[in-house]
Design a binder for this molecule. Structure first.
Ligand SMILES: *[C@@H]1O[C@H](CO)[C@@H](O)[C@H](O)[C@H]1NC(C)=O
Ligand SMILES: *[C@@H]1O[C@H](CO)[C@@H](O)[C@H](O)[C@H]1NC(C)=O
Ligand SMILES: *[C@@H]1O[C@H](CO)[C@@H](O)[C@H](O)[C@H]1NC(C)=O
Ligand SMILES: *[C@@H]1O[C@H](CO)[C@@H](O)[C@H](O)[C@H]1NC(C)=O
Ligand SMILES: *[C@@H]1O[C@H](CO)[C@@H](O)[C@H](O)[C@H]1NC(C)=O
Ligand SMILES: *[C@@H]1O[C@H](CO)[C@@H](O)[C@H](O)[C@H]1NC(C)=O
Length: 776
C-alpha cells in the first residue's frame, strides 16, 4: 500500500523534472540571442556573478566554457575580483562579511587589578550600553570581575606594554569586525553617545587617528594621551598590525600613551590629531578635580560643556557625578528643543485652514479620532480612588487594584503637584470628586479629574478640573525568528466520557478539514477512563469511528489513540498535562483542542505561524456559541457556529486552547515548585516562567459549539473563572432579559428585583433555565 502510494506521489515530480529539462534545453538558445544589457535577466546576472570575473569569461579557452555567453554586452570595466583565475574564490559565510559591513565602535578600556571594581565598573555603567562592544584589559588577573564586563588579562606584568598587548589581542580577534576602535583608560569619562555620533559622521574611507592631543614635542609627532581617549579607524589598525612586532621590541621606556602613540606613528606615519574628517574630538583635561568645588566654574566653560571626554577622574564617584551633570545637560537641551518645536507648531498653525483651532492638546500629540458612527465613540470610564465603574459591558463596578490603582494614584499626585506649581503652593491636600479616563489608541490614556483642593491659608475648598494625558511611548518592534508554514502539528484531544457526542463531531471535522486536504497535522486522542470498573466501554463508538476513518486511503498515521486511566476526582491540571506531554518528543509542536470546536485550516496555520520554539507560545482567544435555544428565535438551529455578536462571543477567560513546543513546556514545568504544581493552570505556569512571549489574540477561525460548563464537575479543567464563564456563555444580556421578561409575564409573577443585576444572575439558574429548556 505504502509502496504503491510512494510511486504514485513521485510521478508528478518526475514529469516535472523531465519537463523542466526539456523546456530549459528548448528555451535557453533563444535567451542567449536576445540577451542585451537592458533585458539581461535576474537569473543570468546571478550566473554572471558566480563566475570569477566578467572580463575573463570573454577570454577563457573553449575547455573552460563560461556558463553564459554574453553577447552585445558592453563591459565598462574589467571587474578584477580574483587575480588568479584558477584559484577557487572562498565565499565568506555571511553576506555582511562579503560586503564589508562592519559594526561601528569597539571600545578597549585599559584597567588594572585594583580599579576594575571601581573605576572600570563606573565606566561600564556610564558607557557600555551606548557602544557596540566594550572590553576591559588588564595586566594581571583580578579575582573578582563584575558581571557583564568582559575582561582580558595578560601575563606581562609591565603595564607600559598593555596598549601593545591590547592591539595584538584585537588583531587576533576583532581586526575586521569594527569601523572604529577607541582606546581609553578607566580614568576617562566619555560621553559615549557623542562619540558614537562623532564616528558615525566621519567617512570610513579616511584614515583616522584622533584623540586628546597633549604631547607636543619639538621633533616628535603629536601624540594623544590614552587617558583622554584615542580613536583609530579600521584602515589605521590594519597598518599598525603590520608593524606590531617592531613596537614590542623597540618600545621606549616611557608611559603607555607614548608607547602606543609611537607604535601608531611608526607604522602609519600619521600623527595623532584633534580632527577626523571635518569633525573635532573635544576633550577636557582637569587637574586636581573635585566635582563639587569645580563644577560651578566648569559649567561656565563652553569647552567643558561641549567636550566628549573629561579626564583624569580622581575616583569613581566623580565619574558618576560628571555623568549626571552631562545627562542633565542633555535633558535640558532636549527640553529646550521640545519647547522650540512646540512654539513653531503654534506659529505654523496660523497658516492652516482652521487656524489656531487646529491645534490639539497637548501640542505635538496626535489629535483624538473623531468618531464617525456612534459605535466608534470611545467610552470614558468613571472612577473613584477605589473603584472603576462600567469598564466593559459585563461589569458595573470593580475595585481598582494593581497597576490600575497605581495609575490613578500617580495621576492624582501629578495633578496636585501641578496645581501647587500654578498657584504658589497654596494647597495642602486634595480629594478626588470625579475621575474619568479613556484609552485612545492613537494618543494614550486620557484623564479628566475634578479635584477638591484645600487652601492652606483660608482652610476653604476650591474645585478644579484637570485634563491629563499619558501619551504612548515609542512603539517597539519585537524581532521574531522565522517560522515555516509546513511544520507538523499534533492536535491533542482529551476526551471524557461525557464528551463522546462532541468527540464524534470533531472526528468528522478532522477528516473533512485535515485529512482530506492533506494537511500536515496529526490528531492524538486521549480517551480518559475513570478509575473504576466498567461494565461497557463508553468510548466504543469513538473507537469504531476512528477505525473506519483510518482504514481509508491517506489517513494512515493521521489519528493516534491512547487510553489513559485517571482518578478524575484528584487529578490536578498540571499532572494532567504532564501525562499527555510525556508522550511527545521535545521538538514537537502540540496544540490542545476541544471536542466541540470547528476545525479550520486557517486556525491550524495560525498555530504554525504563532508558535515559535523557545520564543513564543500561542493562547488564542476563542469564540463560543451561545446556547442555541436561547440565542436563536426559532428552530432549526444551524449546525455551524455563526460568528456574530448575537449568536456567540469571544471568551477571554478561556485558556484551554493553546499551542506550544514540548521543549518549552518542559522548561517552564521545571520552574514550578511542588506546591505550584497542585494549583497552577497551564497559563499560570507560562506566566510565571516569563522567558516566553505569550501571544494572545482573538481568533475568528476558532469557533466552539455551545458547551454545558459544569463547574463542580469531577474533572474540573475549566480553570478559576468557571462560574464567570458559565454565566456569560448562555446568551447576550438583552436576550436573557427578554426571556426573563417573557417568563415573568407567563407566570404572572412580578418580581421586584428585576432590574437588579445580582438578582438576575442568581435567578436564571433554576426556574428560568428550566423554562428555557422547556421551550427549546
Ligand atoms: C556592564 O555593561 C553591560 C552592558 O550595558 C551590562 O550588561 C552589564 O550588566 C554591566 N555590568 C555591570 C557590573 O554593571
Ligand atoms: C554650560 O551648560 C550650563 C548648563 O546648561 C549652562 O548654564 C552654561 O551657560 C553653559 N555654558 C556655556 C559656556 O555654554
Ligand atoms: C537643568 O535644568 C535644571 C532646571 O531648569 C537646573 O536646575 C539644572 O542645573 C540644569 N542642569 C544642567 C546641567 O544644565
Ligand atoms: C514664533 O513667532 C514669534 C512671534 O512671531 C517669534 O518671535 C518666534 O521666533 C517664532 N518661533 C518660531 C520657533 O518660529
Ligand atoms: C481518587 O482520589 C480520591 C481523592 O484523593 C480518593 O478519595 C479516591 O479513593 C481515589 N479513587 C480511586 C479509585 O483511586
Ligand atoms: C448541563 O450539565 C448538567 C450537569 O451535568 C445537567 O444537569 C444539565 O441538564 C445539562 N444541561 C444541558 C442543557 O444539557
Amino acid at each position: 500500500m505504502i509502496h504503491y502510494h510512494g510511486i504514485r506521489s513521485l510521478l508528478p515530480v518526475f514529469i516535472g523534472i523531465v519537463l523542466g529539462f526539456t523546456l530549459n534545453v528548448m528555451v535557453s538558445p533563444f535567451l542567449d540571442e536576445t540577451c542585451d544589457p537592458s533585458t539581461i535577466g535576474q537569473e543570468q546576472l546571478v550566473k554572471l556573478r558566480e563566475t570569477k570575473s566578467l572580463y575573463e569569461n570573454e577570454k577563457t579557452s573553449e575547455s573552460e566554457k563560461p556558463t553564459v555567453k554574453v553577447k552585445n554586452y558592453e563591459i565598462p570595466q574589467p571587474l578584477k575580483i580574483e587575480s588568479n583565475p584558477n584559484k577557487k574564490p572562498v565565499r565568506p559565510r555571511f553576506v555582511a562579511t562579503e560586503l564589508g559591513i562592519r559594526e561601528k565602535l569597539f571600545v578597549a578600556v585599559l584597567t588594572s587589578q585594583d580599579t576594575v571594581n571601581s573605576f572600570a565598573l563606573a565606566v561600564n555603567k556610564t558607557t557600555a550600553h551606548y557602544v557596540t562592544k566594550q572590553m576591559y584589559f588588564s595586566t594581571s588577573k583580578s579575582g573578582n570581575v563584575p558581571a557583564g564586563m568582559p575582561l582580558v588579562s595578560f601575563s606581562d606584568k609591565n603595564s607600559k606594554h598593555l596598549p601593545l598587548h591590547v592591539l595584538k589581542y584585537i588583531s587576533e580577534h576583532f581586526s575586521h569586525t569594527y569601523d572604529y576602535y577607541m582606546f581609553i583608560t578607566d580614568r576617562t569619562y566619555i560621553r559615549a553617545e557623542k562619540i558614537i555620533e562623532l564616528v558615525s559622521h566621519i567617512s570610513i574611507s579616511e584614515d583616522i587617528h584622533m584623540g586628546a592631543v597633549n604631547i607636543h614635542a619639538e621633533n616628535n609627532p603629536d601624540m594623544c594621551s590614552l587617558e583622554g581617549g584615542v580613536i583609530i579607524s579600521q584602515s589605521v589598525l590594519q597598518k599598525v598590525l603590520a608593524g606590531l612586532d617592531w613596537c614590542l621590541t623597540n618600545s621606549p621606556e616611557a608611559n603607555p600613551s607614548k608607547i602606543f602613540g609611537q607604535c601608531l606613528y611608526h607604522s602609519t606615519k600619521l600623527p595623532c590629531s584633534k580632527h577626523g574628517g571635518d569633525k573635532e574630538y573635544r576633550h577636557y583635561k582637569v587637574e586636581d578635580f573635585d566635582y563639587d568645588d569645580d563644577i560651578t566654574t566648569l559649567r561656565e566653560d563652553g569647552r567643558f560643556n561641549s567636550s566628549f571626554s573629561v579626564y583624569p577622574m580622581p575616583d569613581d564617584l566623580s565619574l558618576f557625578k560628571v555623568h549626571r551633570y552631562f545627562c542633565q545637560l542633555e535633558l535640558n537641551l532636549t527640553r529646550q528643543e521640545i519647547n522650540k518645536a512646540k512654539e513653531s507648531i503654534i506659529n505654523l498653525s496660523y497658516y492652516t485652514v482652521d487656524g489656531i483651532d487646529s491645534l490639539s492638546w497637548p501640542i505635538g500629540t496626535p489629535e483624538a479620532t473623531r468618531p464617525k458612527k456612534r459605535f466608534d465613540v470611545i467610552r470614558w470610564n468613571y472612577f473613584t480612588e477605589s473603584h472603576v465603574f462600567f469598564e466593559d459591558d459585563f461589569t458595573n463596578m470593580s475595585p481598582l487594584n494593581g497597576v490600575d490603582k497605581q495609575d490613578v494614584q500617580e495621576v492624582l499626585q501629578t495633578a496636585f503637584k501641578r496645581a501647587n506649581r500654578l498657584y504658589d503652593n497654596k494647597f495642602s491636600k486634595f480629594q478626588l470628586i470625579n475621575g474619568y479616563r479613556r484609552f485612545e489608541p492613537s494618543r494614550g490614556m486620557e484623564y479628566q479629574l475634578d479635584l477638591k483642593l484645600r487652601e492652606k491659608d483660608t482652610n476653604s475648598d476650591v474645585l478644579k478640573r484637570f485634563h491629563l494625558l499619558r501619551p504612548l511611548n515609542k512603539p517597539e518592534l519585537v524581532p521574531m525568528p522565522y517560522v515555516t508554514e509546513t511544520s507538523q502539528v499534533f492536535l491533542i484531544l482529551p476526551l471524557f466520557e461525557k464528551d463522546v457526542a462532541d468527540g464524534l463531531h470533531f472526528l468528522g471535522e478532522f477528516q473533512r478539514n485535515a485529512i482530506q486536504i492533506k494537511d500536515n497535522s496529526v490528531l492524538c486522542l486521549y480517551l480518559i477512563y475513570k478509575k473504576e470498573k466498567f461494565s461497557s466501554d463508553p468510548f466504543v463508538n469513538v473507537k469504531s469511528t476512528v477505525a473506519s476513518i483510518t482504514s481509508q486511503p491517506n489517513s494512515n498515521n493521521k489519528i493516534m489513540m491512547k487510553s489513559v486511566e485517571m482518578n478524575l476526582s484528584s487529578i490536578k491540571e498540571m499532572e494532567f498535562y504532564d501525562v499527555i506531554v510525556s508522550d511527545f518528543s521535545a521538538s514537537t509542536l502540540v496544540s490542545m483542542v476541544t471536542p466541540g470546536m470547528e476545525l479550520e485550516l486557517d486556525y491550524i496555520n495560525r498555530i504554525r505561524m504563532n508558535t515559535i520554539a523557545g520564543v513564543q507560545i500561542y493562547f488564542p482567544i476563542s469564540y463560543w456559541q451561545y446556547k442555541p435555544n436561547l440565542a436563536y428565535d426559532q428552530k432549526p438551529y444551524p449546525d455551524m457556529v455563526e460568528l456574530t455578536q448575537k449568536y456567540g462571543h469571544f471568551e477571554p477567560l478561556s485558556f484551554f486552547h493553546c499551542s506550544f513546543y514540548v521543549s518549552d513546556f518542559q522548561k517552564a514545568r521545571r520552574s514550578l515548585t511542588a506546591n505550584e504544581v497542585k494549583h497552577f493552570s497551564l497559563i499560570d505556569m507560562f506566566l510565571k516562567y516569563q522567558k516566553l512571549h505569550i501571544f494572545r489574540a482573538a481568533e475568528p477561525a476558532l469557533k466552539n459549539l455551545w458547551q454545558n460548563i459544569t463547574c463542580n464537575d469531577e474533572a474540573n479543567l475549566q480553570g478559576e473563572h468557571c462560574l464567570e464563564r458559565r454565566n456569560q456563555n448562555l446568551a447576550t444580556r438583552a436576550q436573557l432579559a427578554k426571556l426573563l421578561f417573557e417568563y415573568n409575564e407567563e407566570d404572572e409573577e412580578v418580581d421586584d428585583e428585576d432590574d437588579d443585576d445580582e438578582a438576575e444572575e442568581a435567578n436564571f439558574d433554576k426556574p428560568f433555565m428550566m423554562n428555557a429548556l422547556h421551550k427549546g
